[in-house]
Design a protein around this ligand. Structure first.
Ligand code: 3PG
Length: 204
């Protein structure tokens, strides 16, 4: 299935960095309780795959994706861990050829977007969103690309998420602001829960 179909209806995608299976299971349940239906677990830590697998096990109703996929061979590993989808900050031919599950590759320029469109990717991650010019840049970039839907990520927070979601071309917004790595590793799930609910409120 295409990622744009799989993630249809997802407006806010938590991007989480968690290095511990138990914490990951608790985090998944916390986000599920806050009403989230999809989560991206980044492959940035030593035990990220175990953490991803633990969240998949603990939360059968949550679509758990793998983020920060940077090497072709990681697709096999994340699929084995039970990932429902994969996300990358950019894209290479190697990654696009290896993609074996619904995939959201990254793009930040018109040429990158067109290349992904040629390969059939209508949902693309705009990364890093704020550093690339934010809402104004994404609005300008998407104007000549009506076929593309974006998941802007990178530097988005409670103050600007609604501005991104107001763009017709934005399918969903990704971010870590309501479940940052320091709160996760400290096991502060009450605080994450409050922040997650506030994020969902502002995202509408
Ligand atoms: C990502 O991996 O998509 C980003 O690092 C998330 O960006 P943020 O931490 O600025 O929300």
């Amino acid at each position: 299935m295409d990622a744009s179909e799989l993630l249809a209806g997802v407006r806010l995608l938590p991007v989480v960095t968690v290095d511990d299976a138990q914490l990951s299971a608790r985090l998944g349940r916390c986000l599920e309780d806050a009403g989230f239906t999809a989560v991206e677990v980044t492959l940035r830590t030593e035990h990220a795959l175990d953490a991803l697998a633990a969240m998949v096990q603990a939360c059968p109703n949550l679509m758990v994706g793998a983020g920060s996929v940077r090497r072709a061979e990681q697709f096999e590993a994340v699929a084995r861990a039970g990932a429902a989808f994969a996300v990358s900050p950019g894209a290479t031919d190697g990654l696009l050829d290896a993609a074996n599950l619904p995939y959201v590759p990254g793009a930040a320029t018109a040429s990158e977007c067109l290349r992904l469109l040629e390969r059939g990717y209508r949902l693309q991650k705009f990364f890093p969103a704020e550093a690339n010019g934010g809402v104004a840049a994404l609005r300008a970039l998407s104007a000549p690309l009506p076929e593309v839907r974006f998941c802007p990520t990178g530097g988005i927070d409670q103050h600007n998420v609604a501005d991104y979601l107001a763009l017709d071309t934005v399918a969903c917004v990704g971010g870590s602001w309501f479940a940052p790595a320091d709160l996760i590793s400290a096991g502060r799930f009450d605080e994450i829960s409050l922040r997650a609910q506030a994020a969902r409120m502002v995202a509408g």
